[in-house]
Design a protein around this ligand. Structure first.
Ligand SMILES: Cc1cc2nc3c(=O)[nH]c(=O)nc-3n(C[C@H](O)[C@H](O)[C@H](O)COP(=O)(O)OP(=O)(O)OC[C@H]3O[C@@H](n4cnc5c(N)ncnc54)[C@H](O)[C@@H]3O)c2cc1C
Length: 187
């Protein structure tokens, strides 16, 4: 049983995976390789002078894996509620998790298939998003959303930041107190 299953390993999902795995939570990331970031040339990501989208994607995913997250290049095709957890299905198997985070970018397909509330997008070129509260909670308990699919501005620094922010909310819920992740410069 994983603590957190994250669907989508673009900037939002991988960033959430970095925080969750670094907090010692068993974290499973899924991605089926359709990130819009793969087409991007990025010059406005704070602290990174310039970077190709595919390289940013790879670095972010590797950072999450280096902290212990598992990454599966598979499409999640269904999610079943099973008491206090969820069973996620891919064509290669099924996986159990206590919390599910949608970071599926432009796609609300799976979200609508499992009956999550969605609404019209307000960002340019974003047709639909998952309805969430200010903490990233959807209308189903222990299912969350972050990044483009949660309606934030479609920029890597913002979707990555939002993924981290929602991950901190999930970690805080798992730990029963507000979580902080600060490392100190060793002189
Ligand atoms: C041409 C172009 C240029 C851009 N230039 C810039 C720029 O210069 N600066 C900037 O800040 N931003 C830029 N962006 C925007 C940037 O790419 C997005 O803002 C962004 O970061 C989206 O992040 P995300 O994680 O929300 O979604 P995505 O990066 O789209 O990731 C979503 C992931 O979810 C996966 N997924 C979806 N459903 C499933 C499923 N059922 N199972 C498994 N995986 C699933 C997809 O495969 C995908 O990899 C550009 C975008 C485009 C298209």
């Amino acid at each position: 049983m994983y603590d957190i299953a994250i669907i989508g390993a673009g900037p939002a999902g991988a960033s959430a995976g970095i925080f969750a795995a670094k907090a010692g939570k068993s974290t499973l990331l899924f991605d089926h390789g359709k990130s819009i970031t793969a087409k991007a040339w990025v010059e406005n990501h704070y602290g990174v002078k310039e970077i190709e989208g595919p390289e940013l994607l790879k670095k972010g995913q590797q950072q999450a894996v280096d902290f212990g997250a598992e990454l599966k290049d598979e499409e999640v095709t269904s999610i079943e509620e099973a008491g206090d957890h969820f069973v996620l299905q891919t064509e290669n198997g099924s996986f159990e998790a206590k919390h599910v985070l949608f970071a599926t970018g432009m796609s609300v397909k799976l979200a609508e298939e499992i009956g999550l509330k969605t609404k019209e997008g307000s960002e340019p070129r974003v047709a639909k998003v998952i309805e969430t509260d200010e903490n990233g909670r959807t209308d189903k308990k222990s299912i969350w959303a972050a990044g483009t699919v949660a309606g934030v501005s479609v920029h890597t620094i913002i979707t990555a930041g939002h993924g981290a922010s929602i991950a901190i909310n999930i970690i805080s819920e798992l730990e029963g107190k507000r979580y902080v992740d600060h490392d100190i410069l060793k002189k």
